[in-house]
Every structure is written in structure tokens, then in C-alpha cells.
Design a protein. Structure first.
Length: 229
């Protein structure tokens, strides 16, 4: 069952302005009956200001009259107006993050030139005029703009950014490879190569002539020798 937007404030108004039972008020507001009792006894931690559910369009006087006439009647909330959903236009960005938009735009322009202004506008929630000004460095604050990852700035999610780049690359005929783990992969290959060379040296010259110290980490990677058996 739908509940009023401000259940405690609504319960306070109903206690003060109607003859409804605590049980009726509790069920309509989605509260425990003891909470309604506390509101009526003014034992709540803070003073509640009543909220008129009739004026809010959540309840009608006729519905209240039905409840007052019959203690077993359960109030039915009025259907509120449909919430409008934003389907077009730029993404909303909190005021605290709007100053970071130019940095995020500059990062995309520098690292992914295949992404169009329209795509950046939709992802970041900005105008094409602003993007163009950053591209040609005519932006009024260009001296203070530092390219920063929009994900780090909280302007978009990593999934949204990756999807945008993939679409832009596909349209531009560019092959995108994931290079995030290239450094780790190269380090691992170097380590394996060094271990293999050490094992080969041990097999050929014996342990006394080994140029590297035998540790617990590489002990089990060297081939066995007669003295190990």
C-alpha cells in the first residue's frame, strides 16, 4: 500500500484534526501504533509540524469521514500525480561537481579524439559550445583546465565511459585493446624469464656457481640435482 510522503508529519496532523483511531492512522502512514501513540502524547524526540494530507492530495475529506464513521475501515490513499521522467536533454550533474566538467571533457578530447561532441555532451551533461571552446582552447578558463578522468571526478561510471568509447571506436573503424594490465603482464613475463634462466644456469653449472641466491620463492622452480635425491 502506498504511504504518504511524510508519514510522521501526516500522522501528527491526523491525530490533531480527525477522530480516526491510532490503528487507522498507523496503517495509513505505515507506522507502528506505538509511534502514533507517542506522537499523540508528544513524546517524540522532536516537535512535529503536521502535514495536511488533504492539501497534499494524498487523502480526501470523504475518505476521512468514512474512517471516522467506521473504526474498522482502512483509509485508501489517493493516487498522486505521475512523476515526469526526463528522457531528453543533458545529464543532470550536482552543483558541487559542475566545476569539474571542463577537466573531464579535456580528458576525453585528449585520450579519445574519436568521441564526438554529441557523445561527450550526453555523457558529461554539457553543451557543444563548451566542448568546442575546450577543443580550440578558447574557453575562458582554459589556463586552469587539467585533463582528468571523468570517472575519477564522479561525472560518469566506468561502464558508461567504456561503452561510449567502444561505440565511438566502432564508428571510426578503430580497434580498441585493453592495455590496463600491460605493465603487470610485462613484469610477470620478466620474472618468469629470469627464473627460467636461473634454472638453466643451475642445471649446467651446479648450485655453487649460481649467480643468484636460491630462495624459498625459486627453490621449487629449479630442476632437481643428484644431491637433492
Amino acid at each position: 500500500m502506498a504511504q504518504p510522503l511524510m508519514p510522521h508529519a501526516t500522522a501528527s496532523w491526523l491525530v490533531d484534526n480527525t477522530a480516526l483511531s491510532f490503528e487507522q492512522i498507523a496503517e495509513f502512514c505505515g507506522l507502528h501504533i506505538l509511534e502514533v501513540q507517542a506522537i499523540a502524547d508528544e513524546n517524540t524526540p522532536t516537535k512535529l509540524i503536521g502535514r495536511d494530507p488533504i492539501r497534499a492530495g494524498e487523502l480526501t475529506q470523504a475518505e476521512i469521514d468514512k474512517g471516522q464513521a467506521n473504526a474498522d475501515y482502512r483509509l485508501i490513499q489517493e493516487k498522486g500525480p505521475e512523476q515526469l521522467r526526463r528522457t531528453k536533454g543533458p545529464r543532470y550533474t550536482p552543483v558541487s561537481k559542475r566545476q569539474d566538467k571542463p577537466d573531464g571533457i579535456a580528458w576525453i578530447i585528449r585520450n579519445h579524439p574519436e568521441v564526438t561532441d554529441a557523445q561527450i555532451s550526453k555523457l558529461i551533461g554539457t553543451t557543444k559550445t563548451t566542448i568546442a571552446a575546450i577543443r580550440d582552447r578558447s574557453h575562458w578558463n582554459i589556463a586552469n583546465i587539467t585533463p582528468k578522468d571523468p570517472v575519477t571526478l564522479g561525472l560518469s561510471s566506468q561502464r558508461e565511459l567504456d561503452a561510449l568509447i567502444a561505440v565511438a571506436a566502432k564508428k571510426a573503424g578503430i580497434s580498441i585493446e585493453d592495455t590496463r594490465f600491460d605493465a603487470d603482464r610485462a613484469e610477470l613475463l620478466d620474472q618468469l624469464r629470469a627464473e627460467r634462466e636461473a634454472a638453466e644456469y643451475l642445471a649446467e653449472h651446479g648450485e655453487e656457481a649460481a649467480p643468484v641466491e636460491i630462495t624459498a620463492e625459486n627453490l621449487f622452480k629449479r630442476p632437481s640435482t643428484p644431491r637433492d635425491e
